[in-house]
Design a protein around this ligand. Structure first.
Ligand SMILES: CC/C=C\C/C=C\C/C=C\CC/C=C/CC(=O)SCCNC(=O)CCNC(=O)[C@H](O)C(C)(C)COP(=O)(O)OP(=O)(O)OC[C@H]1O[C@@H](n2cnc3c(N)ncnc32)[C@H](O)[C@@H]1OP(=O)(O)O
Length: 280
């Protein structure tokens, strides 16, 4: 492609990206003019807990990037927490219609991000428990800052990570480590996560992380995008097909689980503990 054509295409893409960024106040999208890589910054204060609105905006962002044949996406946070995971208030004393839409949107986000045709990097610039960890596991590469934690800690809340959460982790660190991590609800420190392969690199700052993430995506410059994305599909296809096939049953299981008295009690206590921690 001629340089002028490439630039015009980039500008067009930039304008589109800025458009859906402007409409989406909980997610900011900035496309690097040179590389065409999108930096997708989650910005729902204070801790990017994933409620219906944030998930909807992430889903719209991913759809936009796919439609515009993005060169790649780096997912990060505007705050000191990457993401506190699912918003517990969406599961505590839930409205049934909203809970259904909430879980369906989470499933949609997982499918879009896990199967994205473009390269994806999670720049984990702070704690990433549960749903925050899941979001990063959907990406192809994980870069993390020191003194943070990451993991699927659902059992600590008295709930169970669904099978597709577990599969996402298993595909990265293997069955044995996943079983240990899930049953104990382990939150890995940055060093532990690197050792077990849950993350790929440690950086000292977010800026350094952005450079490394651009470098990872740039490493595909000489690889055919078609061959790249088909290879990704080959590796991930089984997990995606199984999740899609079971998504209705998964939704029903979620709705039934969060209606249980014992689960509601556990979530209530967990919310109280979070609030007490802040008051202390
Ligand atoms: C075979 C399978 C069978 C069955 C499966 C079927 C169904 C399964 C059913 C359910 C599965 C559901 C899966 C859920 C996954 C999740 O993601 S659950 C969420 C888990 N998240 C956490 O445990 C993180 C909790 N938060 C923290 O640890 C800390 O907040 C954090 C380290 C992230 C940041 O610490 P800090 O900077 O000190 O902030 P604060 O703790 O002071 O928090 C600030 C305010 O934010 C509120 N908050 C924090 N996290 C959440 C959250 N996840 N949701 C909602 N709100 C949150 C916190 O209460 C403070 O609020 P306040 O200012 O006091 O109002």
């Amino acid at each position: 492609m001629a340089l002028s054509q490439h630039l015009s295409k980039s500008r067009q893409f930039l304008a589109i990206a800025r458009n859906y960024s402007a409409a989406a106040s909980l997610v900011n999208v900035e496309v690097n003019d040179k590389s065409g890589v999108a930096v997708v910054t989650l910005q729902r204060p204070p801790v990017n807990s994933l409620n219906l609105e944030l998930l909807t905006e992430i889903k719209q962002t991913l759809t936009g990037l796919e439609k515009n044949k993005s060169r790649g996406a780096i997912i990060t946070s505007a705050f000191k927490t990457f993401s506190a995971g699912l918003d517990i208030l969406e599961m505590y004393k839930p409205n049934p219609d909203r809970a259904k839409e909430f879980w369906t949107t989470l499933q949609d986000v997982w499918i879009s991000l896990y199967s994205a045709q473009f390269p994806t990097v999670a720049l984990i610039n702070g704690p990433a428990p549960a749903g925050g960890c899941l979001l990063s596991l959907c990406c192809e590469y994980r870069i993390m800052v020191p003194k943070a934690v990451i993991g699927l800690n659902e059992t600590q809340l008295g709930i169970v990570a669904p099978s597709w959460f577990a599969a996402s982790m298993e595909n990265v660190i293997g069955k044995r480590q996943t079983e240990l991590a899930l049953t104990t609800g382990k939150l890995f420190t940055t060093d532990e996560a690197l050792k077990v392969g849950l993350i790929d690199e440690v950086v000292q700052t977010k800026e350094e992380g952005l450079e490394k993430a651009q470098g990872f995506i740039g490493s595909f410059a000489r690889i055919s995008p078609f061959a790249r994305s088909l290879s990704k599909q080959t590796v991930r296809g089984g997990t995606i097909r199984s999740m899609v096939k079971g998504r209705e049953a998964d939704l029903q299981l979620f709705l039934a689980t969060i209606q249980q008295d014992q689960v509601q009690k556990g979530l209530g206590l967990y919310i109280e503990a979070l609030k007490k921690k802040q008051a202390a």
